[in-house]
Design a protein around this ligand. Structure first.
Ligand code: SAH
Ligand code: SF4
Length: 378
């Protein structure tokens, strides 16, 4: 009998999780439409939205301004998922924190909080693992596990926001912390989709999450405060241009000839360099904004002055900026990062073609929080 009761309870639990939606998966218009569908005024749904995103209240009992009937209905239909922190690591540089967050199905993803001169940036993941297989990337080396839902993307930003507000969500610290990640003056303003996964391979969920993060009555992240980085998924770039998505676009280039690029980025075989460049020019023309090209500098591979000239010829005349990233170490790739002097020479050549460039600061390498180092054990 006890067994039967336990089985029923377990089944009810399963049913509950299937019928109840994660509040954070919904855009504000979707939430209002749900309320209408339940026979309630959208005013109550708007209040519920403000409770969650402005007051950060998730406890139904504290939502006293909502009529009891609406609250009961909403509680039966929605739940506030959270992504518990399995591990938190702080870099010796004192500027970088990495959070390993658990998903409801026990997959794990990584989110990084970075502080560069005067601003705070969250680097968030769009997938658990990645299907694109770039040879030097730890996420690519682990393979694809699954897409994230919009809510799982939004919740990463909410986690960083909670940390900055001094209300971290149950962190387990790996080592004693010398500096608190919290400062009263900081707010999450910048977000980069450069964590685990390929955002344009999970297009719909990523765009829904961006809509939620930008909603002016919620987190209200500025239009030009979100940067999405893609390996070069051509149909996604064209769709972003057609839909006039108000985010910055970064494109991972790494090779300036089809052959050089395909050796590092296998999906170049599916979307060849020429097609990618056509899509980028189309994007720039439609969006009237430059593209950031990312170039991982690997010693002796793609860091010679000849490679830099090839980049110059490829991008000459485009509204573009090149962000150079000296290779970060990963277990599955033996290459070495380009040194400071060669990186500077690379930049000089780019400048001859009128191309501005930056060399990304190496941060968080000791906790594997640098570009391409994010990976979780299965
Ligand atoms: N999937 C997207 C975004 C995540 S990766 C993309 O590929 O663009 C973010 C950036 O880190 C990309 O430019 C990627 O090529 C780069 N990267 C990956 N592995 C790296 C490594 N080991 N060292 C330096 N940069 C790396
Ligand atoms: Fe995926 Fe980007 Fe890593 Fe390539 S670099 S494997 S696209 S996460």
């Amino acid at each position: 009998m006890d067994c039967l009761a336990a089985a029923l309870r377990a089944m009810t639990g399963v049913l509950m999780t299937h019928t109840s939606a994660n509040f954070y998966d919904l855009t504000r218009p979707e939430l209002l439409a749900r309320a209408t569908g339940w026979g309630f005024s959208t005013v109550h749904a708007a209040r519920l939205w403000a409770y969650a995103y402005l007051s950060r209240i998730e406890d139904w009992a504290l939502m006293t301004e909502l009529p009891a009937r609406f609250r009961a209905k909403a509680e039966s239909e929605l739940h506030f998922a959270r992504l518990p922190v399995a591990l938190e690591l702080q870099s010796r540089d004192g500027f970088t924190h990495k959070y390993l967050l658990s998903l409801p199905d026990h997959q794990r993803i990584e989110t990084v909080l970075m502080r560069y001169t005067g601003r705070v940036t969250a680097c968030i993941s769009s997938q658990a693992g990645c299907a694109m297989g770039c040879v030097f990337c730890a996420t690519g080396q682990m393979g694809f596990l699954r897409h994230l839902t919009p809510g799982e993307i939004v919740l990463q930003a909410l986690h960083v926001d909670a940390v900055l507000r001094g209300t971290p969500t149950g962190a387990v610290l790996a080592e004693p912390q010398s500096r608190s990640p919290h400062s009263r003056h900081e707010r999450l303003r910048n977000l980069v989709l450069m964590g685990m996964g390929e955002p344009l391979h999970n297009y719909d969920a990523v765009m829904t999450a961006i809509d939620i993060l930008r909603d002016p009555t919620g987190l209200a992240l500025g239009a030009k405060k979100i940067t999405l980085s893609t390996v070069g998924v051509v149909p996604g770039i064209i769709r972003m241009a057609d839909e006039a998505r108000p985010v910055y676009l970064a494109v991972s280039l790494h090779g300036a000839t089809q052959e050089e690029r395909a050796a590092l980025v296998p999906v170049a075989k599916k979307w060849p360099l020429e097609e990618l460049m056509d899509a980028c020019r189309y994007y720039i023309a439609k969006q009237q904004h430059r593209i950031f090209y990312e170039w991982t500098l690997i010693e002796g591979k793609n860091d010679s002055p000849e490679s830099a000239h090839a980049v110059g010829r490829l991008l000459r005349g485009q509204q573009a900026q090149v962000n150079l990233i000296p290779l970060n170490p990963t277990a599955g790739y033996a290459g070495a990062p380009t040194g400071r002097e060669s990186a500077r020479r690379f930049q000089q050549v780019l400048a001859e073609y009128g191309l501005p460039s930056t060399v990304r600061q190496r941060r968080g390498i000791d906790i594997a929080a640098g570009c391409g180092q994010l990976a979780t054990a299965r």
